[in-house]
Design a protein. Structure first.
Length: 120
């Protein structure tokens, strides 16, 4: 599948597409338990939304916790300042529905796999 993707990338990159960013550290659970502000560090990949500079691309960013309106507006404003058209429709932030029910040291990927309704 990867070889097919590489082979057809020139055609794919010129079509509309969506990137899904799941920000999750793939490290041992005992290491995650000792990391201070683990969820905030896991969410440090928010800058990935700048991939929308490609006009054919939309980004769905899965955050380990809800972002405040101020944070979302901040990134939207930056996207506007760098002349990205319609940034409010080009990136979406999604949070797992049951994120508060899981231990703070669990990776976002684990939460998504364990959630009956993964995201809201």
């Amino acid at each position: 599948m990867q070889n097919e993707f590489k082979r057809t990338w020139k055609q794919i990159k010129n079509k509309r597409r969506i990137e899904l960013h799941i920000n999750s550290y793939s490290i041992d659970e005992t290491c995650r338990m000792s990391i201070e502000k683990y969820k905030q560090k896991e969410n440090a990949q928010l800058a990935r939304i700048f991939s929308v500079k490609d006009p054919n691309l939309e980004v769905i960013y899965i955050s380990p916790f809800p972002l405040t309106n101020e944070i979302q507006q901040y990134y939207q404003k930056i996207l506007e300042l760098v002349e990205i058209e319609n940034p409010e429709t080009r990136f979406t932030v999604v949070v797992p529905e049951n994120y508060v029910k899981f231990h703070r040291h669990m990776s976002l990927t684990q939460i998504l796999l364990l959630s009956p309704k993964a995201m809201k």
